[in-house]
Structures are given as C-alpha cells and as structure tokens.
Design a protein around this ligand. Structure first.
Ligand SMILES: C[S@@+](CC[C@H](N)C(=O)[O-])C[C@H]1O[C@@H](n2cnc3c(N)ncnc32)[C@H](O)[C@@H]1O
Length: 206
C-alpha cells in the first residue's frame, strides 16, 4: 500500500467510526503505561507515540505530568479527536500528521511507543524506512516499545493485512542496536468482546 492510499484508508476510518467502534479501542492504556515505567523516565523526557491515532495514552501521559509528548499519526482526524477530548490540555502536546516511513524527526526522544501501527508495514522498504526513522529519532540508551499482533493474533486489522511478530522476529527486524529488555503477551478485548493476541516488546538502544 502506498502513502496516499494508506492515508485515505485511515482518514476514512476515523471520519466514519466512533472511538469505540474500532477493534483497537482501549479504555485504559495500562499495558503501555506499565512498560513505560520500565524506562524510568522523568517528566521532562521526550516521548513519541507513533501511530497514536485517537488513543487515550496521551491523556494518561499528560495526567502523569509528562511535558514533552508528541503524538504522530497519518490521520489528521484521529489526532483531531484526541485533541478535542483533551481540550485545553492538548496545547501541551505536539501533534504531527505524518507517515512515519517518510517523517523527518525534528528532535530526538527518550521513548518511542507504537501500539498496533508497525504491524501494518508489510513490505520490506516500508519496514526499513521505519527502522531508519527510529534510529534517527531515538536518543542513545532510549527505549522502544512496540505492540503488535502476536504470532497467534489476527492476520488482518481494519481490513488490512498485518505482519505478526514475536520478540525474536521483532528484534531481528530492528537489528543489533536494540537490546530486548522485556517481552510480554497481551490479550486485547475489542469493544464487541473478541479477544486478540498481542505481544509487547521493549528494547533499549545500546
Ligand atoms: C490500529 S490503529 C492503533 C492506534 C493507536 N496506536 C491505539 O493504540 O489506539 C493504527 C494507527 O496507526 C496509524 N498508522 C498506520 N500506518 C501509519 C503510518 N505509516 N504512519 C503513521 N501512522 C500510521 C493509523 O492512522 C492508526 O491510527
């Protein structure tokens, strides 16, 4: 899928479906927050949520006092929904409408978080562009958290094919600069009660 059709797909999703009409809706981003704790950040640490969409993770980060949070997504409407929910607090967040595979990171980050965006990159060129952006954007010793469908997870999401990972295949994709420090399964229950197997792996840049 090229950048234009990717963008059109996600814009269509976020303009036609409500927050809890999408399979990935998560009321409480506790699994991500538990992993973010592993990185021992300070409230000044720079965090980027890649493919953050309309996720509520940003609400929790702002509530925890983080003052250097960026949410990046292809879909302007998704970010618009998150901004509207945050109201006045949205002005303390950097919102970036971009395709991560062509994004030029304007700063570096202590933490890169991605829940369910990376697994949509099904071709080698897009995956290597993603890893290139990760390498440019992450500070030395920075942490990367990537949540994807697990090997036993669904083969598609939002009508699109995905690549399923375990920690080993994700580590091989990121390369030797990233040391695996934690991996855990996660069962996500969709708003209509289906269970999806995820894996969340956390790496530290060496
Ligand atoms: C399944 S949703 C997950 C959203 C969010 N991370 C969450 O947990 O609710 C995937 C998100 O990735 C975004 N996305 C997909 N491909 C992307 C890309 N190449 N660059 C930036 N965002 C992308 C979509 O717009 C969508 O918001």
């Amino acid at each position: 899928m090229n950048g234009v059709s990717r963008n059109a797909h996600w814009e269509n999703v976020y303009t036609t479906k409500g927050e809890n009409e999408v399979s990935w809706f998560q009321e409480d981003p506790e699994p991500s927050l538990a992993l973010i704790d592993l990185a021992r950040l300070t409230t000044e640490s720079a965090i980027v949520d890649i493919g953050g969409g309309a996720s509520r993770l940003v609400d929790s980060l702002v509530a925890r006092g983080f003052v250097n949070v960026t949410v990046l997504d292809l879909s302007e409407s998704a970010l618009g929904a998150a901004k509207a929910r945050l109201g006045d607090r949205a002005k303390n967040v950097k919102w970036v409408v971009a395709d991560v595979t062509t994004w030029e990171p304007p700063q570096t980050y202590h933490l890169w978080h991605d829940r369910a965006a990376f697994h949509f990159l099904t071709d080698d060129a897009a995956r290597s562009a993603y890893v290139d952006r990760l390498k440019r954007a992450l500070k030395p010793s920075g942490h990367v958290i990537i949540g994807t469908f697990a090997l036993s997870g669904p083969e598609r999401c939002s009508g699109l094919p995905v690549i399923r990972y375990d920690a080993a295949s994700l580590a091989a994709t990121l390369g030797p600069e990233f040391e695996l420090i934690d991996t855990r399964p996660n069962q996500h229950v969709t708003p209509w009660g289906a269970t999806q197997q995820f894996q969340f792996s956390t790496f530290r840049r060496v």
